[in-house]
Design a protein around this ligand. Structure first.
Ligand SMILES: [Zn+2]
Length: 87
């Protein structure tokens, strides 16, 4: 599969790949996702897909307020934007 590629170049490539996975894992928590999930998605699918999943998908621990449409915590009982009480 990797015929013709010098081993040292392959190691460099693997290290770079892991570095990218690590970067996605670092970004994930700031987007409301777990770092481990971000890392695993990157490792299995590719760092690019991991990055897109982390950045584009809505945070796991948030939901939309039905009243004002702002993103609020999933377990919030009161919207911090419009003060609406949530069931
Ligand atoms: Zn609201």
């Amino acid at each position: 599969m990797f015929d013709g590629i010098p081993p040292e170049q392959l190691y460099g490539l693997a290290a770079f790949y892991l570095l990218l996975c690590g970067i996605v894992a670092l970004i994930a928590p700031s987007r409301g996702k777990s770092a481990i999930n971000g890392f695993l998605i990157s490792l299995l699918l590719s760092p690019l897909i991991g990055f897109l999943v982390v950045v584009l998908l809505p945070p796991e621990n948030q939901r939309k307020c039905p009243d004002c449409g702002e993103m609020i915590r999933k377990d919030a009982k009161l919207c911090r934007f419009c003060q609406r009480e949530l069931a």
